[in-house]
Design a protein around this ligand. Structure first.
Ligand code: GLU
Length: 283
């Protein structure tokens, strides 16, 4: 068994991250497997080196041990580009010149499981127009999901202990695979990395369950194995809302500064026991 914890170094880790990391770590340890760390630092404008160091220090404070060096997404850009080229050569990718505001303003843009669904404005541009606009307009690259699904076969995946699910990538519309300023989207990078790292069990928060629709499609398109998934409940704070990076009181750094014992906290989290005021909730 290979599990992983994949923090984005855009802020301090909090109790929700600790819960996720402990579940993934303990699952691997129980099975005599491997717990891996990946740093999701693909977003160069928001990632900070100090949060990488702080996250690793927090995980060590919890008493978690990981196998090998953490994988950095920023070191894997070549793989992401190769996958994008592959999909592009198969006619499954197109450049999109719309701004966020264009997409939001589109009356036909419905809402999907992961936000506004792209209405497909740039899907049918002529080749001549694409070439002209690629030369000087900012753009991202989108997956033509309808076309991709047509050749992808059955998109089944397993939620641990809860049975087989059928992925529904069409509900997400033509998702972004890469941007000019971020060479791979979360979906593309995460799917490729999980396969490259040999992850057999993806254990992550239930807020990411809808992403599995897209990840399962990308696995089918790129010939990657499908791991088993476990989407766990989310940690909520005293205000009843799920924790966010701005909830300083729940940050592991502040718990550590207040004298909390990290290993004891990890043991409590493994048993679904949370500090006073915090609770688990399935969205
Ligand atoms: N880096 C992602 C996050 O912090 C997690 C990605 C994943 O577990 O698939 O939300």
């Amino acid at each position: 068994m290979f599990t992983r914890f994949a923090p984005s170094p855009t802020g301090e880790l909090h109790l929700g991250h600790a819960y996720s990391a402990v579940l993934a770590h303990d699952a691997a340890r129980r099975a005599d497997g491997y717990f891996l760390i990946r740093i999701d630092d693909i977003d160069g404008s928001r990632s900070r080196a100090e949060y990488v160091d702080a996250s690793l220090a927090d995980l060590a404070w919890l008493g978690l041990e990981w196998h090998g060096d953490p994988v950095r997404q920023s070191a894997r850009l070549g793989d992401y580009a190769a996958a994008l080229d592959d999909l592009s050569a198969r006619g499954l990718v197109y450049p999109c010149f719309c701004t966020r505001a264009d997409v939001a303003a589109s009356l036909s843009a419905p809402h999907g499981p992961s936000g506004t669904v792209y209405p497909g404005t740039c899907r049918n541009l002529s080749e001549a127009e694409r070439i002209r606009r690629l030369a000087d307009e900012p753009h991202c690259w989108r997956l033509d999901v309808t076309r991709a699904v047509a050749g992808a076969g059955d998109l089944l995946w397993e939620e641990a202990g809860r049975g087989t699910r059928v992925a529904d990538p069409l509900a997400h519309g033509d998702i972004i695979l890469a941007r000019k300023d971020a060479p791979a989207s979360y979906h593309l990078a995460s799917t490729l990395d999980d396969a490259n790292m040999g992850v057999t069990h993806v254990i992550r928060g239930a807020d990411l369950i809808a992403s599995t629709d897209v990840h399962r499609l990308l696995q089918a398109l790129l010939g990657l194995p499908t791991p088993l998934y476990r989407h766990h409940a989310l940690v909520c704070g005293p205000d009843g809302k799920r924790l966010a990076k701005r909830d300083a009181a729940a940050s592991l750094a502040s718990l550590r500064a207040a004298g909390t014992d990290g290993s004891a906290l990890a043991a409590d989290l493994a048993a679904d026991r949370l500090p006073a005021g915090y609770f688990l909730q399935n969205p």
